[in-house]
Each structure stands twice: as C-alpha cells, then as structure tokens.
Design a protein around this ligand. Structure first.
Ligand SMILES: Nc1ncnc2c1ncn2[C@@H]1O[C@H](COP(=O)(O)OP(=O)(O)OP(=O)(O)O)[C@@H](O)[C@H]1O
Ligand SMILES: [Mg+2]
Length: 382
C-alpha cells in the first residue's frame, strides 16, 4: 500500500507503519545527506543523498567510522561533536569541511541531533548535511574580488598622496645641497623636509593595519576592547581636560580582527579629542542591537566637541577629506570605514554644530555573523 494511503487507516499499528514508511520515503528522496551513527562514531545508516554527495554506496560505508569523511586536520571536531551529542545537545547549521571518496574537500552545512532510545538514553546521532561548496566558492571569489578592488583603490590613492610629499623632500634635499654654504637656509630646507616626512609617516601608520593584519580574527568582548583602547589614551585625555564616560550594557563576544578594530576606535577617539581643544566629555557605549534583521553589537563614541558642519558631513568618509590641514591627512575615517565594511558592518555619523548642544556621535554596527567569524568557525567549528 502506498505510504499516503496507509495514513488514512485508523489503526495505531498501521499509523506507525505508515509514518515509518513515509519517513523512509522522505529520507530516501532527500537531496541532503542523512546519516546516522552510533556513539562510537560508526555509521549506521546512509541515504542516497549521502551517496550522491560523498560517492560511497550504502554497502561500502555502513560500519565504517565517520572519520572517513572528516579531513585529518579537523578530526578533533568529532570528539567535540560526540561530547555534545552525549549530553543531549543539538548542533545547528554549522559550516565545516568534509571529504568525499575521491579525497576532495567539500564545504558542508551540518545539523546534528542526538538519537534516543525509548527510555530517552542517547544511543547515537543523526546528521543532515548539505553540500554548500558552490555557494562557498562564490562567496570566496566575491570576497576576494572585493578585497582586491578595495586594496587596489586604497593603494592607488595612498601612492598618489605619498608621492607629493616625497617629491617635495627630493626638491628640498637638492636645495639644501646646492645651498650648503648657507647653514641657516639648509636648516630651513631640512625642517620643511621633516614635516613632509611626518605626513608620509602618519599615512603609513594609519593604513599599515590594513596590510599587516591578515592574521586570523579572534572572538572577544567588544566592550573590553573599547576599554583597553581608551586606557591607552587616558593620560592624554586627562591632560586635555577630557572626561570619559562608559556605558557598556553587554559583554557579548564577537569575532573581529582585533588590530583593525583597535585602529577604528583610536581614530574615533583621536577625532573626538581634536574636536574638543578646550576639554569636554567622550561617552563610549556598547550594546546588543539588530540591523536589518542581523544581530550584532552597536558601539558608539560620542563627544561634546565643535561638531561637523552640514557642508562637510557628506564628505568625511572620503579619502583625504580633512578640515584639519595642519594635523590631519583625512584618512582616519576612510580607513575606519574600510575596516568596518570588511566586517560587513556599518558606520554612521550624527553631529550638531548648535552653539549649545554641539557634538558628534559616531556609531558602528558589527554583525555577529561576519566573514571573519565564518573563517574562525571553519578553523575551530564548535
Ligand atoms: N568627532 C569629530 N568632531 C568634529 N569633526 C570631525 C569628527 N570626526 C571627524 N570629523 C571631521 O571629519 C574630517 C575627516 O576625519 P578623518 O578622521 O578622516 O581625518 P582627519 O582627522 O582630518 O585626519 P587623520 O585622521 O588622517 O589624521 C575631519 O577633518 C573633521 O573635519
Ligand atoms: Mg582622524
């Protein structure tokens, strides 16, 4: 009798039989791999979806260890999975790598649930596994293309900007050499050369992180990172008559490139300091938030400084836009934005030049699910 007809009968036995065969039909026709294993990690069932994804037939693989499908470098995952399953926990949609019969690595998304006997004792696990290699490859190439485009654009702009002061330095050295008989003139030329080089060095410092920090991201409490960065500036702030207030409503961890994010916080704090030459207050906050349905953390750095005029506000994230020609190069916010966008986050500004309630608030939203979190999850999946 077809499975659906069986469902129409009333007897509990028939119902049980019908739901069992219905379930079997679902398992057999699933595009996803559905695999069960016992607590020793031995495969006990294998559907056609698993055969399609991994290339092993049911007869070949049943009785083998699940480690057959796990690449050598990720084998420690299995112990963690088994420990979680034994304590009755479920693991939802975690992305990792498995290996097929040909030895090729596949990107997969796996959900693992404990299998229990009638007394509720855990006797094994069922895994539903989807091959996401194509999607991952696409994501990787888009990310790579974005990185190359961003790096190329940044390198071109910086090269252009560094070239001008370097040309002046060459000129000034030439002038110093040709006026060697006049020490006062030489000192004047060298002083000018020095200030040009200070500018070049500032640009290098602001952008260095971008190239240097290809190191893996880490999971950390953002509030701690803000605290740590503010502590670096504290002596300077105290001397400048700037008071710090913090509102850290959460200690949630998030995966970030620590160096990049420290650079972002430093840039915001430095801007706030420059906006308050006669002192004021910096308020730093971190809280949980959602942006377009994405959960994450919202960090803000607010000052009681002069504010940004409506004419400038549109341009502040553009490279080399500055109103502080003597002290700034105008790349702080541009670089910060690149870093935030690299984390799939958003940076926003609110500012007022009102004579009474002037000040600027920079807010940064960082989603928990960002490319670095995914990279980290891949190397340390559970
Ligand atoms: N907190 C702030 N208060 C007032 N103006 C600000 C603030 N932050 C940024 N700005 C404005 O935005 C401009 C661009 O800022 P950005 O940090 O990119 O460059 P900069 O501070 O001028 O130079 P750099 O950061 O390269 O040393 C600043 O010159 C200033 O006009
Ligand atoms: Mg700045």
């Amino acid at each position: 009798m077809p499975a659906l007809d069986l469902l129409k009968t009333n007897s509990p036995e028939c119902w049980f039989q019908s739901s069992a065969s219905l379930l079997e039909a679902v398992v057999r026709s699933s595009e996803d791999a559905i695999i069960t294993k016992n607590l020793k990690g031995i495969i006990t069932s294998w559907n056609p979806g698993a055969e399609r994804i991994f290339g092993y037939s049911e007869g070949e693989i049943i009785g083998s260890s699940i480690l057959t499908l796990i690449p050598d470098d990720l084998r420690s995952e299995e112990d963690t999975i088994l420990r979680k399953i034994q304590s009755g926990e479920r693991i939802d949609h975690y992305e990792t790598v498995r290996i097929n019969k040909k030895g090729e690595r596949l990107d997969v998304s796996v959900t693992i649930s404990p299998l229990k006997d009638s007394s509720g004792k855990v006797i094994g696990a069922s895994k539903v596994l989807r091959n996401v290699t194509e999607r991952k490859n696409l994501e990787r190439s888009v990310l790579q293309a974005e990185k190359i485009a961003a790096t190329g654009k940044m390198a071109a702009t910086i090269a252009h900007e560094i070239n001008n002061p370097l040309e002046s330095v060459l000129n000034l050295i030439y002038l110093a050499k040709t006026n060697a008989s006049d020490p006062d003139q030489v000192v004047t030329f060298l002083n000018s050369a020095e200030s040009e080089l200070v500018r070049v060095s500032h640009i290098a410092k602001q952008t260095l992180g971008y190239y240097r920090e290809h190191s893996a991201a880490i999971s950390l409490a953002l509030s701690e990172l803000v605290r740590e960065t503010l502590a670096i500036y504290e002596p300077k702030l105290t001397v400048s008559g700037i008071h710090i207030q913090t509102r850290f409503d959460c200690s949630a961890k998030i995966t970030l490139r620590k160096g990049e994010m420290m650079q972002v916080i430093s840039n915001l704090v430095t801007n706030a300091v420059h906006a308050m030459p006669s002192g004021g207050t910096i308020t730093a906050s971190v809280q949980e938030a959602t942006d377009a349905g994405r959960p994450g953390l919202l960090m803000s750095i607010e000052d009681t400084g002069e504010g940004i005029s409506p004419d400038s506000i549109e341009s502040i994230f553009e490279p080399f836009f500055t109103t502080r020609n003597s002290i700034g190069t105008g790349i702080g916010l541009w670089v910060s934005k690149q870093f935030v966008v690299g984390h799939k986050g958003r940076i926003e500004v609110q500012s007022s030049v009102d004579p009474i309630s002037h000040g600027t608030k920079m807010s940064i939203f960082l989603p928990f699910d960002n490319p670095y979190a995914r990279e980290l999850a891949k190397s340390d999946p559970l």
